[in-house]
Design a protein. Structure first.
Ligand code: TYD
Length: 209
């Protein structure tokens, strides 16, 4: 089972996926927690380039190709082998993020993205949890975190984008949920961390009884 977590900046994905992995381990379900970009050694180098607020301007296609390079490496080196060993793979962001950020928000046609992704053997996850939140709240949380955490601030490239960018990302994620109704579950991320965890837990218990 390959499960991904998606959502806008500050939607609480990383906290929730960490709790989900800990709970599955406690239930005795062998799982692998990983993320994109940066699920491999090569990917961690790409992550620094992709998320650093400096480093000059870049064309949407240049950015897209780096995210896809990270994903291709991650699938070959980490995700594929773990699934073959029968592990549940939990991945913090994956290809829906590319559709939403490089597609809807940066403006690359989705057909072009899918064509390259197919060439690279990008597979769909079995299930996706979309933590949905309004961008004003999410961005407020993310920027507050960056102002007191230098490591987070060093990855602040997308938090620096305008609110309209983040509105396009959110709308694209909700469109994807309509396009893949059997795979993507929308979870309201507006509550307290414990309330959101309870919603995530109910879904995982249903998918992995
Ligand atoms: P992430 O580590 O989840 O950051 P945060 O916890 O702050 O949300 O994601 C890194 C950033 O990379 C995020 O802003 C979205 C962006 N991204 C893309 O633009 N395309 C992609 O394909 C992926 C995987 C991430």
């Amino acid at each position: 089972m390959f499960i991904t977590f998606e959502g806008i900046e500050g939607s609480g994905k990383s906290l929730q996926i960490g709790r989900a992995a800990a709970r599955l381990e406690k239930r005795g379900v062998p799982c692998l927690l990983t993320r994109e970009p940066g699920g491999t050694e090569f990917g961690r180098a790409l992550r620094r380039v992709l998320l650093s607020p400096g480093g000059g301007r870049r064309e949407p296609w240049s950015e897209l190709l780096l995210y896809l390079a990270d994903r291709h490496q991650h699938l070959k080196e980490v995700i594929g082998p773990a699934l073959e060993r029968g592990r549940v793979v939990l991945c913090d962001r994956y290809h829906d993020a590319t559709r939403a950020y490089q597609g809807a928000a940066r403006g690359i046609p989705l057909d072009d993205i899918e064509r390259v992704a197919r060439l690279l053997g990008v597979v769909e996850p079995d299930r996706t949890i979309l933590l949905d939140l309004d961008p004003e709240t999410g961005l407020g949380r993310a920027r507050a975190r960056n102002s007191c955490d230098p490591a987070a601030a060093a990855e602040g490239r997308f938090e620096a984008e305008e609110i309209s960018f983040h509105r396009r990302v959110r709308a694209a994620y909700l469109d994807l949920a309509r396009r893949f109704p059997g795979r993507i579950e929308v979870v309201d991320a507006a509550g307290s961390p414990d309330e959101v965890s309870a919603r995530v837990r109910d879904l995982l218990d249903r998918w992995l009884p």
